[in-house]
Write a new protein. Sequence first.
Length: 250
Amino acid sequence: MNEKVKDIVERDEERLKNLVTELFEKVKEGFLKSLTKQLEVLESRIFDREVENDKLKTEIKTLKSEVNHQTEENEKLKSEIGNYDDNRRKVENESNQYSRSNNIIISGVEQVNIESESSFETAEETTKIIVAKINSIANENLTTEDIDIAHRLKKGPAGKKDIIARFKSRITRNRILRQGKVLRSQNLFVREDLTPLNLEVFMSVNRKMKDEVKSVWSRNGYISYKDTRDVVHHVEWDDYQHWLDLPWPK
């Protein structure tokens, strides 16, 4: 009896083992299938993401290229605008200087018959004064008819403000400028009527590098200087900013 029971139990145990093994295999197979499917889905997503990333990388590369191209275009445009502004400034300065071609600035002429600081000379009186002064020093034969108009400038010491004179003939004007050395001997100074920009450059050359610049002058609005080796240099338009940027001596 015991043997029969034992035999039954052993057979049932064997069937149970087989059943468990079969069940485990089915569960394992199902799990593997599920896991495989999930891995395939995950791989598919990863592949799609990589494709999308590659697409984004391409788009980013394209955008960077476009941005670089646009940056180059912007820099080119800035350069063109800068050149345009520089050329416009040059043309305006040259035009302004040309309009002053018949002018002379005269310094060192005292105002006569000064009654008060508010008194002033008429244009006719100023013209007569400078004609007489220049003729007496330089042995010229100027007349008031040689001058279109002359008047005192606003800035300057009372009673001795500079005079601007417009000559009717540029030839006459240039002749008087060539008498500059003779006139200076009697403390009468004549110079060209420079534009504000040209005058600033002129003063920069004259004052900012005293140890290198021996003398400076202008002719028809063009500035030149002689260095300490007696070499003459002409200040070109491209040199202007260099001189303007130099610090003023303290």
